[in-house]
Design a protein around this ligand. Sequence first.
Ligand code: 2PG
Ligand code: MG
Length: 402
Amino acid sequence: MSSIRSLSAYSVLSSNGMPTVEVKITLQSGITAHAAAPKGQSCGKFEKTEHRDQDGLRVSEALRMCEFTVAPAFIGRDSADHLDLDKTLMSLAHDGKPLPSNVTLPVSIALAIAHSKEIGQDLSHYIGGISQHATIPIPCINMINGGIHGNNQSLLQEYLILPHGASSFSEAISWAVTICHNLKLNLKKKGLLAGVGDEGGFVLATDSVTAPFDILLESIHTSGLSDAHVSLGIDCAASGYYHKHMYVDYPGLPGEKQSAEVSTFLKNLAQTYPITYIEDPFSEEDLNAWASFDVEAHIIGDDLFATNAKRLNNVSHQAANGIMIKPNQVGTLSDTMQTIMQARLLGYNTVFAHRSADTEDTWISELAIGFQADMIKFGNIIRGERTAKYNALLRFFRIKNL
Ligand code: 2PG
Ligand code: MG
């Protein structure tokens, strides 16, 4: 085993044109590894916070935390001890406060990659052992961006396609390619194409909350496919509309609405369209609404659980049958692992996800492979920081012939 020789941090670019933290770890053996922190823009209140300088345009304070707080506690320690090292990360403080997630996460991931390389494995093999990936994860592909990601508050934050009928990962992606290009053509023809959003999904010039479903279905059909092959999904990101126990201007529901009205609205959508995936239909605080929602679909908690095992344990009886896995919501790889184990015990599906501001780093794909994700959500297939993550899975499943 090899000890940590150095740990450095520097700023790299994120897909929204903002800086983010990347950490590089070098072991005594000369092995190096780096990992970058992604950033969410529709963040839940139970997420571990990240640090940004006061002007919002720099991450210099986070870099200083890496250099002056983390590095001295890490240098000389054995890279194999990363469970202990993750505990150290979570116990360290800067100015009396716990370290933010854009410090803890890139350190934790870079360390795991360095250690995997040290023992001659890649990250996915290291965390997955020999039994990795008997099944392929279903990609949930964000074709249309609304809400804050698409600068269109009349639409839901994400309209996804799920190529659930594909017999291999590459077939699922090749269907998505055809649908995506037909969608673009259809949007152009109808004069609805207004641009591309933060996650590569198209931005639409419409204020109809259902128009995206209609045009997605049309594009699926133009591609020679049907809802037996490809179903639809949504991320409602509902926390953003919840104020004083009411939903205000929930997409499709102008004005103030009770939870029951949101619930009825979503049930109607699910009866009208082949929707098999609904993420964050209600606020993370509106547990009663979660508990009484009885739509048959993947009901996924993102802000609801914030990738946190304790939170999952406390509220799982209320809600959902799946959990979003976003390691920077919780802080380290070992905390993420604990949440995944807890999700498995509860029989929950896991959806491994990017963030809306991300880099071309692919460690989330390695985790999806290693931990045998049931689903993945990496955005549309047309921006480099998203395609990098799909490509990592395409390479892996090609070798496995899946
Ligand atoms: C979400 C994500 C990722 P963000 O809400 O699921 O798609 O968005 O990273 O902005 O939280
Ligand atoms: Mg979400």
